[in-house]
Write a protein that binds this ligand. Structure first.
Ligand code: ADP
Ligand code: CIR
Length: 350
């Protein structure tokens, strides 16, 4: 891409980047750079190269969100419904959640997973870290993780040198990130791969931390079944403990800062893998219900993947301008509605 000319977008490009980058804003921002050298070119490259992006931008550092605010703010408002005058509030208290297992018999929910993204205060975000900074982050995070005790204690497995059969099995079993994501590639997030990347997990693989993927930390709690409260409680305990030794990048207005603007605020995605074959066969009804509860439908191998055997990944779409408790509570309320509708469909087809 020519750094000085306005990017060309295909007719069928509907990304938030293409909808929100006007020629006027482009001209105003195109020669600016943050203290870490992040430019507009770097910020928008993923969406220019990948015209099927849904969003298309990644921030290289905290300053990018203010220096390029004329691009980021409308994108953030579009995705989260969060205006430039709003202020994010965090509320990480599992006791505030009302979520008895919505599927105690295990007829629908296969597993529950809640993750948050975190980055380190004072460091650039992934698209702009140097190899030395990435290694330093890995060292700092692993030191903090190795000091965890009880159910959170575990082992760090660096990606460099990991046995290929173990790596692919971890991906297949939904525990580890995939390599070579083209959206992250174009954002500069895969530089020096696999250096500095890895996964920490406890023996049961119910508590996991991805290091230096899209964000510097992805803190994950997951387990089979629908006990959302147990998953949230374990996650919050882990976040609080890690935060004692790793200072997280936090902004008064935008909450926890992440490289992708869809993850700002809570940086939380709470999801279930759920079997909904009848609803899956009637997408308009399925979509209407998920939209009502601000939920997103993904395939069972994560973003940009397909559903298999009527199983879907259902999660909160909005992460900024809602508290963590609200994210999880909305998911819970949505799941109840989805299960009820699935039961109605099944009864009608009997
Ligand atoms: P992220 O959740 O970190 O934004 P992805 O959508 O790529 O990223 O998902 C990462 C992995 O987590 C994928 O393998 C996906 O199948 C898995 N996953 C997500 N939700 C669940 C769940 N509820 N149960 C089991 N695995 C899940
Ligand atoms: C896109 O625009 O489609 C990709 N950059 C992904 C956007 C949201 N997902 C994410 O951050 N994992």
């Amino acid at each position: 891409m020519n750094t000085l000319s306005f990017p060309e977008f295909n007719q069928d490009c509907f990304s938030l980047l293409c909808r929100n980058l006007s020629k006027k804003v482009f001209e105003k921002l195109k020669d600016k750079a943050t203290g870490n050298g992040c430019t507009l070119y770097q910020t928008i490259n993923s969406g220019v190269v990948n015209q099927d992006s849904s969003v298309g931008v990644y921030a290289g550092d905290a300053e990018s969100y203010t220096l390029f605010a004329e691009l980021f703010d409308p994108i953030i408002e579009d995705y989260h419904g969060f205006s430039s005058k709003d202020k994010h509030l965090s509320y990480l208290d599992p006791s505030a959640l009302i979520s008895p297992n919505p599927d105690p018999e295990g007829a629908y929910i296969l597993s529950t997973r809640i993750r948050v993204g975190r980055n380190i205060a004072g460091m650039p975000l992934g698209p702009a870290v140097t190899i030395e900074q990435r290694n330093e982050i890995e060292g700092q995070v692993v030191k903090a993780l190795n000091s965890l005790t009880g159910g959170l204690s575990g082992t760090y497995y660096p990606l460099s040198g990991m046995d290929e059969s173990i790596r692919s099995r971890l991906v297949e079993d939904h525990f580890l990130f995939k390599p070579g994501d083209r959206f992250l590639d174009a954002a500069g997030l895969n530089r020096d791969w696999p250096n500095g990347r890895g996964i920490f997990h406890n023996a049961e693989k119910t508590f996991l931390v991805w290091v230096n993927e899209e964000d510097q930390l992805r803190i994950i709690s997951m387990q089979p079944g629908g006990d959302i409260e147990a998953v949230f409680t374990r996650l919050v305990t882990a976040i609080m403990k890690i935060e004692k030794s790793v200072p997280f990048l936090f902004d008064e207005r935008l909450g926890y800062l992440t490289s992708c603007p869809t993850n700002l605020g809570t940086a939380m995605r709470a999801s279930v893998h759920i079997r909904l074959p009848q609803l899956g066969a009637d997408m308009p009804v399925f979509k209407k219900l998920t939209d009502l509860f601000h939920l997103q439908i993904r395939g069972i191998h994560g973003e940009h993947s397909e559903s298999e055997r009527g199983i879907y990944d259902i999660s909160n779409k909005k992460r900024l301008g809602v508290t963590e408790v609200e994210c999880v509570q909305n998911l819970y309320n949505g799941i109840i509605a989805l299960i009820n509708r699935e039961k109605e469909f099944a009864a009608a087809s009997d």
